[in-house]
Design a protein around this ligand. Structure first.
Ligand code: ZN
Length: 103
């Protein structure tokens, strides 16, 4: 479905932007995604941020070093479906843990 594809592309895009440091996690928010998905994008973005001695390396395949822009492109080109999968798992985790907490 094209509309679903649009959301998937946005999710991968923003996660990669946070991971590469192009935007800060707290700067990411959008009314088009559910709250727990926004949170999941922020969390996975931070998890994929791997900086060694001031330079970016890929948290998933250890390649690098990258510039911010380079890491962003690497993530969206090479790890697109992995990112979506990680965000899916994280948003499920968040929504089930908030249910368990009684929200
Ligand atoms: Zn990689």
């Amino acid at each position: 479905m094209p509309r679903r594809g649009f959301f998937r592309a946005k999710i991968a895009d923003y996660t990669a932007k946070i991971a590469s440091g192009l935007i800060r996690p707290e700067d990411f928010d959008t009314p088009i995604l559910a709250r727990h998905v926004v949170k999941a994008v922020r969390n996975i973005g931070m998890q994929l941020r791997s900086v060694r001695e001031g330079v970016l390396f890929c948290a998933l395949c250890k390649r690098g070093p990258f510039t911010k822009k380079g890491y962003f492109l690497h993530l969206t080109r090479i790890h697109y479906s992995e990112i979506l999968h990680l965000v899916d798992l994280e948003s499920e985790r968040i929504s089930s843990s908030s249910k368990n907490a009684g929200f």
